[in-house]
Design a protein around this ligand. Structure first.
Ligand SMILES: C[S@@+](CC[C@H](N)C(=O)[O-])C[C@H]1O[C@@H](n2cnc3c(N)ncnc32)[C@H](O)[C@@H]1O
Length: 298
């Protein structure tokens, strides 16, 4: 029987005081925008006590000193990996990919044919299933995408998952979510039971490390931004600032897709309008201007 099931609190073999927790929560908020409410103290303990031991330390005070040491990037990234989850899958929340096809790709085709560009950002891409699903959706709708100015940017704060995304190798079980046609043609089976993504979807994507809390080294604009199941870790002011930054980076007809338990709130509500389940479209300039028809002329 587990300790929790028997009602006995797990013993903390490394002391974890409220002050330790507050210091860690402050660091996680400042550096990564993470919201660690007091109720998360046991979870933080269980995830980070492993890191304390792995680094051969005996107290959280030592661990805090380590992660705040200038240049100690490795442990800071291990810290965010321990505090967030990388859970993802191919075509997660399928309806977003349907909207991508029926709305975003459909309305952008004329622009593409006129020599224009098409850009999508998968922000918080984890191990890559999301950007590969985007690339496959594009290729299914636009078989000529590789000869056009079409790119997908895929970023995550965690270099380990970005590396795995770049490799594009998945278990056969992961690949089941791709179904058969038309996506199956963009994966290759290996003898060891894994599958790898073929060159075509890969060629559309640029992978990079990026902390969403930092300045973004690009200006956009993006025809669509996927930032799903990432902001859920952030406190409300951080989320609201993020929505506002995304809205500023979308094209006039751009769409934002967010996670199933996330909602747009704050100042971005005036520039983003719900157009489906957790899908938003940019409100055009003409929609925000007062209508001439409302002028009462006498
Ligand atoms: C649950 S995964 C979501 C993956 C994918 N978007 C999906 O919905 O399937 C959350 C990802 O957000 C990333 N993340 C958390 N905080 C971040 C931050 N401040 N900047 C960039 N990425 C962050 C994590 O590293 C993790 O890979």
């Amino acid at each position: 029987m587990s300790m929790v099931a028997s009602g006995v609190a797990p013993r903390e073999d490394i002391p974890f005081t409220d002050a330790d927790f507050q210091m860690l929560a402050g660091l996680a908020r400042r550096e990564f925008g993470l919201d660690l409410a007091a109720s998360k103290k046991p979870l933080v303990y269980s995830r980070l006590s492993r890191r304390v031991k792995a680094r051969g330390l005996v107290s959280f005070a030592d661990y805090l000193a380590l992660v705040t040491t200038k240049g100690e990037n490795e442990e800071r990234l291990a810290l965010i990996s321990a505090l967030t989850t990388n859970v993802t899958s191919f075509f997660r929340e399928k309806h977003h990919f349907e909207t991508l096809t029926t709305v975003c790709l459909r309305q952008a085709r004329a622009k593409l044919d006129a020599g224009g560009r098409f850009r999508i950002w998968s922000a918080g891409c984890s191990t890559g299933q999301e950007p590969y699903s985007i690339a496959m959706t594009i290729l299914a709708a636009w078989p000529d995408a590789l000869r056009r100015d079409v790119r997908v940017l895929a970023t995550d704060i965690d270099p380990i998952v970005v590396d795995r995304a770049r490799q594009g190798i998945y278990s056969g079980q992961d690949a089941e979510a791709l179904g058969k046609d038309p996506y199956r043609k963009w994966i290759r089976d290996s003898d060891d039971g894994t599958v790898s993504i073929t060159d075509e979807p890969r060629a559309l994507i640029t992978f990079a490390e990026l902390n969403l809390m930092d300045p973004w080294p690009f200006k956009g604009p993006f025809d669509a931004i996927f930032c799903r199941n990432v902001a859920i870790y952030f406190d409300q002011p951080t989320q609201q600032a993020l929505w506002q930054r995304f809205a500023g980076l979308l094209t006039e007809t751009g769409n934002l897709f967010i996670g199933h338990s996330e909602r747009i709130s704050g100042p971005a509500e005036t520039s983003l309008q719900a157009c489906g389940v957790t899908s938003y479209r940019k409100v055009t300039e003409s929609e925000t201007k007062p209508s001439n028809r409302s002028i009462q002329w006498v």
